[in-house]
Design a protein around this ligand. Sequence first.
Ligand code: SAH
Length: 369
Amino acid sequence: MRENALTLSTPGGPSKLSLLGLPAPALVEFFENIGEKPYRAKQIMRWLYQSYVSDYAQMTDLSAALRKQLAELTSLALAPVLKHEHSDDGTRKWLLDVGANQAIETVYIPEPDRGTLCISSQAGCALDCAFCATGHQGFNRNLTSAEILGQVVLAARELQPAKITNVVFMGMGEPLANYRNVLPVVHLLIDDQAFGLSRRRVTISTAGVVPHILKLAGDCNVALAVSLHAPTDELRDRLVPINKIHPIAELLDACWKYAEGQASRSITFEYVMLDGVNDSVADARALVKLLRNRPAKVNLIPFNAFPESEFRCSTQPAIDAFWQTLRNAGLIATVRRPRGDDIAAACGQLAGRVRDRQRVRLGDRVIGA
Ligand code: SAH
């Protein structure tokens, strides 16, 4: 493991409007308000999201006067990098300072045919899933659109000439519990004037905020991953407490509705493999009953331990038998290879730094509005 500390942030006054993460129509409105032509929005988006420039001075097709005005009124500041780690397997992790002593994490996972960026949507998480490091930290706040998209801009800038081909909302937080700030980011990721990724290369992962799954189907319809982790309500109530509010039948119903809007694409169901908890062949058979003949694929995730975790990862024979049971029943199933676990960058290990957390967790109230 190598480690180096970097600071790449551009200083910007807290009172200035951040143009990062601003939806295209809002950017057009901004330029109209300062007496500029609407096409300035497209120019700026190309500079920010295709050339990854950090400074207005580099935006050579804008007049000097406009560049000066933009620098006075607005900010392109990114969250300062507190730590940047490289795993032996090529995975990279950034720890970013989002103010008030909170820090979030972003992970880049290179593979031969793609480069996936895993981004955070909240400082901490309120959903309190029993096996997740972020959940153990508690919840502090939602990230802004600028903070969410800023992770992509930072990584894109630092990784050049390597490209980010996929973005997954599988870092810290529950993206569908921060819907208002996540949706503009998703739009910019797939907008040809901005990052221009295809819809199937942007994945929202959710523990099951059902009303927002249905809303997303109408608003954007990118790839959906659902953290199922258990085939019965009794077990899922314990592992993924939001199940007490939106139980499995309601969740799956929303998933099938979501899939109806997607031409021949399926929902990915994530299933963390916990030794002796949810990994028996009987559990696999129950999972088959839920998902067979549906637009579904299953991604088995070997549990990644973290310091306070009370679970162990399933044994290899148990994972093999579970996988085989799904395959024999005709389900598409894969086993996720842990990446970056030497730098605690694997699924569920992202803890960042969450201070002054709100005491309220899912067990105490309804989340997702
Ligand atoms: N809140 C979103 C994103 C969370 S992280 C969601 O729940 O989907 C992405 C995936 O990692 C989720 O499936 C999550 O359940 C899983 N995960 C969490 N902790 C884990 C751990 N310790 N080991 C393996 N996977 C874990």
